[in-house]
Design a protein around this ligand. Sequence first.
Ligand SMILES: Cc1cc2nc3c(=O)[nH]c(=O)nc-3n(C[C@H](O)[C@H](O)[C@H](O)COP(=O)(O)OP(=O)(O)OC[C@H]3O[C@@H](n4cnc5c(N)ncnc54)[C@H](O)[C@@H]3O)c2cc1C
Ligand code: FES
Length: 259
Amino acid sequence: MALVTISSHTRINADLYELTFTAPMDLQTTRYEPGQFLHIRVTDSFDFLLRRPLSLCKVDLLHNRLTVVYRVQGAGTKRLSTKQVGDALDVLGPLGRGYQIHKEDHASLLIGGGVGVPPLVELARQLHELGQMVHAVVGFQSSQQAILLSDLAQYGSVTVLTDDGSIGKKGIVTDVLRTEFCNGFDRYYACGPTPMLKAVQQVLRTADLPGYLSLEERMGCGIGICVGCVHPIMRDGHVANMKTCKEGPVFAAEEVVFS
Ligand SMILES: Cc1cc2nc3c(=O)[nH]c(=O)nc-3n(C[C@H](O)[C@H](O)[C@H](O)COP(=O)(O)OP(=O)(O)OC[C@H]3O[C@@H](n4cnc5c(N)ncnc54)[C@H](O)[C@@H]3O)c2cc1C
Ligand code: FES
C-alpha cells in the first residue's frame, strides 16, 4: 500500500473521469505489465472498506505518474470522483498478471468495449514501441461514452463502433472481426464486458487467431486471500477456479471457460 498524490483529475463527460497520480513505485526500475490493475481505496472512512480495481491506463515515465480512466458505476467510484488535485490516494499495486507481449509478432489486434478500453492504451504504446503494427477495434454505447480514441490513435489505427451509430460505425465489435479481417494479425488482446469477451473468443477461435482476454470479475481483497474473484479456467487438461486478481485478470483466450 502507498499513499500517493493526485496531480490531475478531469471529468471527460457526464460519468467518465481521468485520474493521474504519482506512481506508488519507481517506474524506471520496477517491472509492470499492461493489463495489471491498481486497487484504490476511495475514502479513509470505514463505510468503503473494499478497494476498487481500476486498470493501469497510461504510464508517464518522465514524471513517474500513472493514469486511470473510470466510469462512475456505483457509490465507490462516485466517492472517488470527488477527490481533488493534491489529495492523497491510497493505492495498492499494480496487481495481477497483465498481457503477455510477444516481441516476435508483427501485427496485433486490440479489442475493447466501454471501460475495458483503458488497459489497451498502455498495451498499444508498448507494442508500438516494439515496432508492431497495432489496430484497435473499440465499441461504446454512444459517442458520450467513447474514451481514449486519440490516445489509441497515437500508436496505430482505430475502428470505432457504437450501438447507436453516433460515432464510427453502427454495431458491435464482433461485426468487423471476420476471418478475412483477422488474417494479417499474429494475436489479439481483448478487454471489456463479459458478453463481449465471450463473443470475441468464439469468433476468433473460428478465425484461428490466438489471444488474451482480461476478465472483469468482482473483487474483494485483490491479493489472493478472499477467493471472491474466481473464474473457471481450463489448464493442463482440467478446469479449475482461478483467482482473477492473482492468476489474472488476463488469461490466454483458449483457457477461459464461459457458462
Ligand atoms: C481488473 C479490473 C479492472 C478494471 N478496470 C476498470 C477501469 O479501468 N475503468 C473502469 O471504469 N472500471 C474498471 N473496472 C470496474 C470497476 O472496478 C468497477 O466499476 C468498480 O469497482 C465499481 O465500484 P462502485 O463502488 O462504484 O460500484 P458498486 O456497484 O457500488 O460496487 C459494489 C462492489 O462491487 C464491486 N464491483 C462492482 N462492479 C464491478 C466490476 N465491474 N468489476 C469489479 N468489481 C466490481 C466493487 O469493487 C465493490 O466492491 C475494473 C474491474 C476489474 C476487475
Ligand atoms: S479478490 Fe480476493 S482472492 Fe481475488
